[in-house]
Ligand binder design. Structure first.
Ligand SMILES: Cc1cc2nc3c(=O)[nH]c(=O)nc-3n(C[C@H](O)[C@H](O)[C@H](O)COP(=O)(O)OP(=O)(O)OC[C@H]3O[C@@H](n4cnc5c(N)ncnc54)[C@H](O)[C@@H]3O)c2cc1C
Length: 461
């Protein structure tokens, strides 16, 4: 690697408590892997940090040697930004400690923890962090810095709406606390602006009481009735209280035990839900969904919260090829529904999904200037999860995603930064309103004027 002598690497090894790995070292191959199998990048050096001290040393090393730096939290982001070619990968995946304060109902979590770490520990006290995603192997770091929504965010807010403070290593190697009272502009930017301003080594969240069981489950609708069902769904879910979250996934049916064998692999509309009240009330809200159109099958009841939070992990395991496109949808108009069904009909692989979460609720009640997360009023997200195994299918699958995205562009306004692929600066801007973008640029100028942290959905200083 240019700019870096063997002596400098040996000095870094001597300073760090965690491993410093080069290409031939044992552990290098495993450490450079990320969730999206499309990326096969080879960092020059990987620092596997075990604490904030290591992060500071790695940042100083990368800056002083003018290396491209990538930061790996959970390594889940479909854009592949956690890993770089040739430069320095700062790997936080060994930093996964969670400490719960049950009296204050708060939780402190390391910057490399996964959502499952947070759920497991907080549930010991009957608590959870709202906005903490739906797949337990997603990283807390990337998810939170982009916003973070999940099954209970309609009721209790995005992850950033529950963030109390963060410890951040900035590009000059300083350790700062960001909160409403300390470095408030940095705190504002961290809540939606991604990893642009520094490396977060720990987050402190407010928790909410939940579980140990929640009324939840799945209803699987017939694809031939998709138009009728989705029309019902778009109106009905918007009338529901914030304690009820009902989403929709158009996909090939997984081999779920409650579905007849002949349905496995057929196109279906899956309707998963979580209800935070008692079972009897929940049943009454679900009945109209059951009755809207015929179902292939259904399975719901009281389920352990932690089990529900990891129940879908197997559908999106590590290593497959993924190309995701997304936007916020102003409303599911009849024309938009027609496009969804048409592209559902031509889905290029059995692992693809059209995922349509309903977002309104607590997130929409937070004032627009409170955080850098824009478009809080969006009713629905339209996520095109294109996923396949064989590189020979790349062209066909990517083309499907792009065509579908273009066809639904007329119904869109904005995008969630965490669902962007590598799409260029113009698209990053679309994640924010103009006022938010200008303010983000100012925060970047203050905390990372050299754009040291640029392997991300980048905001140039
Ligand atoms: C299967 C799947 C399910 C998902 N479900 C949800 C969901 O339910 N809700 C939701 O809101 N999002 C969801 N997402 C999107 C998810 O929030 C993003 O992919 C997020 O970036 C993942 O964070 P990570 O730490 O795992 O990723 P990484 O790839 O490690 O990081 C993503 C970006 O954040 C930066 N970063 C990560 N950690 C830190 C840190 N500690 N400090 C500074 N920068 C950091 C990285 O440098 C990179 O630029 C999902 C994604 C996938 C693939």
């Amino acid at each position: 690697m240019k700019n870096v002598s063997a002596d400098a690497i040996n000095a870094l090894k001597a300073q760090c408590r965690g491993e410093v790995l080069l290409r031939d070292d044992a552990g290098y191959e495993a450490a450079r892997q990320i969730w999206n199998g499309m990326f096969d990048r080879l960092p020059g050096i990987i620092v596997r940090c075990v604490g904030t001290g290591d992060v500071i040393k790695a940042v100083n090393f990368g800056r002083d040697h003018e290396l491209l730096i990538s930061v790996k939290g959970g390594g889940h982001n479909s854009a592949g930004n956690a890993v770089c070619d040739d430069g320095l990968m700062i790997d936080l995946s060994l930093m996964r400690r969670v400490n719960v304060d049950p009296k204050k109902k708060t939780l402190r979590v390391d910057g490399g923890a996964l959502l499952g770490d947070m759920d497991d520990e907080s549930q010991l006290y009957g608590l959870a962090v709202s906005g903490g995603g739906i797949i337990s192997h997603t990283g807390v770091g990337g998810l939170t810095l982009g916003g973070g929504f999940g099954w209970i965010s309609r009721k209790h807010g995005l992850a950033i709406d529950n963030l109390i403070s963060a410890e951040v290593v900035t590009s000059d190697g300083k350790l700062l606390t960001a909160s409403a009272g300390e470095n408030p502009e940095l705190f504002w930017g961290l809540r939606g602006g991604g990893g642009n301003f520094g490396i977060v080594t720990s987050f402190v969240f407010k928790c909410v009481a939940i579980g140990p069981e929640v009324y939840s489950g799945l209803i699987v609708k017939k694809f031939e009735d998709a138009k009728e069902y989705i029309k019902f769904h778009r109106d009905y879910v918007r009338t529901l209280p914030d304690d009820m979250t009902v989403w929709m996934v158009v996909r090939h049916a997984p081999p779920l035990p409650f579905l007849p064998n002949e349905v496995h692999g057929k196109m279906v509309v899956v309707v998963p839900f979580v209800w935070l009240g008692n079972e009897a009330e929940g049943k009454a809200f679900i009945k109209p969904i059951q009755e809207a159109t015929p179902s292939h099958g259904e399975a719901f009841g009281m389920n352990p919260w932690v089990g529900w939070q990891s129940g879908f992990d197997g559908l999106v395991g590590h290593g497959a090829r993924n190309y995701w496109k997304s936007h916020h949808i102003k409303g599911l108009s009849d024309d938009c529904i027609d496009k969804i069904i048409a592209f559902g009909d031509t889905m290029p692989s059995p692992e693809c999904e059209i995922f349509i979460p309903h977002m309104e609720g607590a997130p929409s009640h937070v004032p627009a200037d409170e955080t850098a997360f824009s478009y809080r009023e969006t009713p629905f997200v339209l996520n095109i999860h294109t996923r396949w195994q064989n590189p020979s299918d790349d062209k066909r699958c990517i083309a499907w995603a792009r065509d579908f995205h273009a066809a639904t562009e007329p119904f869109a306004k904005g995008v969630y930064v965490n669902f962007l692929s590598e799409e260029g600066e113009g698209r990053v801007k679309e994640a924010y309103t103009e006022a938010v973008w200008e303010r983000l640029v100012q925060v970047k100028q203050k905390y990372d004027p050299q754009n040291l942290f640029r392997m991300n959905q980048n905001i140039k200083p």
